[in-house]
Ligand binder design. Structure first.
Ligand code: C2E
Ligand code: CA
Ligand code: CA
Ligand code: CA
Length: 278
């Protein structure tokens, strides 16, 4: 009894104990948030070298009742560890597919990219989930891009490719996110049925002033080009980035704060309407 009490005190008094409780509280609150319309869909546009919008990336936010608007860095890791990520991404997928419908007109339509965690992709009913959401929303699978990371294929490459092939056959495209970090390998570009590579923003940030990073970007781009894959530069923040990238890689797409921050869907719709792009 006394020993138990001692452990309890230790647990609740130290810093780790406090963090664990905060985490647990956030996890419980996140569960509520997903089902009580506290999540928000933000979209960030991507551009070609003519400054035309080519598509959007869906990025989730959490409108926390007390803490305000939270960025994914605060809750995605918790969602991944607790398994809530599956419900969360289901919500994001559905919102993104509905947004895709709202952004479609006879003269324009825009693909939307959605981030998919390795945990979600690995679920047995991932394909069924996607098909269900597509039929529920009547969205066009040809305008859905799923952003995955290489952490997906650490286990069984064949099984991953097989699953991706099924989805590719119904028109869905895949993009490799944060390429160049982690276990990135040019082999994945060849083996995975992907349409797009997103070059991690850490390389883009330094490329204009760092010959090694510039060469890494050039190498990824060259390989992607050769395989007919689109490349997207992430984290394009400055005019210097834009100039450097458009000069060296004219067909690379750009995404970043230089052009636009992620914005709520309604703001995007208003802008597209104003610019007569819808
Ligand atoms: P990511 O997939 O690499 O998304 C791009 C992140 O870079 C976004 O951060 C975006 O706001 C930020 N960003 C865009 N342009 C710039 C720029 O010019 N400079 C800088 N410094 N940052 C820029 P955000 O929205 O905070 O999201 C962070 C991460 O959270 C995402 O990184 C993604 O890994 C994850 N995430 C967001 N939504 C989802 C989701 O629905 N599911 C999953 N699994 N992860 C998500
Ligand atoms: Ca992404
Ligand atoms: Ca990324
Ligand atoms: Ca990232």
């Amino acid at each position: 009894q006394a020993k138990n009490q001692g452990l309890k005190t230790l647990f609740f008094n130290d810093k780790i104990g406090r963090q664990a409780r905060e985490r647990f509280a956030l996890e419980t609150a996140l569960q509520t948030a997903i089902h009580n319309e506290q999540l928000r869909l933000y979209l960030q546009p991507q551009y070609d070298n003519q400054c035309q919008i080519t598509g959007f990336e869906a990025l989730v936010r959490w409108q926390h009742p007390e803490q305000g608007l939270l960025l994914p860095g605060r809750f995605i890791p918790i969602a991944e560890q607790s398994g809530l990520i599956i419900d969360l991404e289901r919500w994001v997928l559905k919102q993104a597919l509905m947004a895709q419908q709202q952004m479609s007109s006879p003269q324009a339509h825009y693909p939307i990219s959605v981030n998919i965690s390795a945990k979600h992709f690995a679920t047995e009913d991932f394909i069924a989930t996607i098909s269900e959401l597509l039929s529920e929303t009547q969205a066009n699978p040809g305008l859905l891009v799923l952003e995955i990371t290489e952490s997906l294929v650490i286990e069984n490459l064949e099984a991953v490719v097989e699953k991706m092939d099924v989805l590719t056959q119904i028109g869905i495209q895949f993009s490799i996110d944060d390429f160049g970090t982690g276990y990135s390998s040019l082999v994945y570009l060849r083996k995975l049925p992907i349409a797009e590579v997103k070059i991690d923003r850490s390389f883009i940030a330094s490329a204009p002033n760092d010959a090694v990073d510039a060469e890494i970007v050039a190498m990824i781009h060259k390989m992607a080009d050769f395989l007919n894959l689109r490349t997207v530069a992430e984290g394009v923040e400055t005019q210097e980035h834009v100039n450097f990238l458009s000069e060296r890689f004219p067909n690379m797409l750009h995404q970043g704060f230089f052009y636009s921050r992620p914005q709520p869907i309604q703001q995007i719709l208003d802008q597209l309407t104003q610019q007569a792009l819808l």
